[in-house]
Design a protein around this ligand. Sequence first.
Ligand SMILES: *[C@@H]1O[C@H](CO)[C@@H](O)[C@H](O)[C@H]1NC(C)=O
Length: 495
Amino acid sequence: MPFGRAGRLKVVRPALSLIFIVSLLYLYRRSAAPLTTWEATVPLQERQATLWQNLLPLLEDHAPLCSPPSRRDSSGAIPYSAIQASPRPDLIVQPEVYQQPMQEAHDGFVAAVQTSTTLKSPHIVGTSGIVSSAGKSYLPVFVASLRMLRRTGSTLPVELFVKDESEYEKKICEEVLPSLNARCLVLSDILNNQRDSSVEIAHYQIKIFAVLFSSFEKVIWIDSDCFPLHDPAELLTADPFASTGLVTFPDFWASTASPLYFNISRQELPPMSLRASSETGVFLISKRSHFRTLLLAAYYNYYGPSYYFMLLSQGAPGEGDKETFIHAASAMNEKFYTVSEPVKPIGHPKTTQDKISGSAMVQSDPVADYKLTSQNKWRVKDSSVAKAPRAFFIHAHYPKFNPAEHVFGNTWETAPTLKPDGSDGRAWIVAEETLRRFGYDAEKAYWEEIKWVSCNLEDAFESWKRKSGICARVQKYWQTVFAEPHDDDPQFTDD
Ligand SMILES: *[C@@H]1O[C@H](CO)[C@@H](O)[C@H](O)[C@H]1NC(C)=O
């Protein structure tokens, strides 16, 4: 029987009250965060296109009108010390030639960003999520990291940026990722809308543009070879992120930006002991509070390969986009927190005592780190003042843990899966005190996910299509190393 009048009313009344409640919530949110209805009425793709339409001319209009600077030497790998400020490398040849034209361009861009009424972040107010990028042989590594994220119980949505159509893998993007609350976005779809760019966006510049164009307000950037040990959503609601809106993690090395850079950006020259350089496998940023920081970072990246990457690192390890975020925030006078607990390598012992052949880096819980530093307890100056914070992120970068590539065998310097006698063994056995901060056997968990990816998606990835025996190889490794406990397994807690 079709709905009678009474039946329809029964449906209509709750529906009306639902609409009423939703409108109230909507009004409440609006008053909490006054914004235009832009995000509500214009689709994401269009908001992204509009941003690029307005940003690209600003980038082009404020090109440095000088040849790219050169340096006479490399600052090399200077270990960071919070206690002893080594002299800042000053290696640019004839800095006076570049100061005025680069400063003029920098001033112009900053002023344009500060006064612009057309530049708008495309994010949806109130959203949080994870942004990453991966393509080709990084894609299987990303899926294993994504499954590690889900193991923590995290339900944060994930946006994966691929460089262009050639990196868009249908099965992964349309079946595998959506089942894990992740989706693919193609960066060139946004950037190629504007053809008059003089600069091609290369692989290492993807990070800044992915963050900028993602739909999330609060972004946790995570490299494809990096995963959390705990649900990272909890970092977004607590300090230091809640009060600053930008949190970064340290690299092993000193920050070696050139004195010329500080002149160009009109900043005081900080002592080398102030903070380490950034290791940007992970960082947290709010686009509500730090949209301008991201725009200046985009400028540093746009002119990165020719100008800013070198000025910000002067040849230090990993020269590239890593230094652009903190320096942009500092130049824009926006807040940030740099985690002080040093990054730690994990891997195999080197034959020389106490040295580690590292295949991964461990970053600490920023909330715990902030609790210590806000009580003026600086473990980075004196590690005896408090216990180390728990480990939070593992960046398994050297080599990538792709079972079809260098992770097996001895073709890679760190040969992470081989024992000294050549048999299969764990990758992460030292430093013991770092592993004890894990809380659980994350390496075993990681290999469980690598096994899942290898055995369920062996035929799915483009880069694995011409390879065979990936699942079988991982199963054999798993059987030897993780299926049963071993006497020499590391400890993952203090007790
Ligand atoms: C930076 O500016 C100061 C003051 O104008 C000048 O003395 C110094 O030589 C400049 N340094 C560099 C590396 O350009």
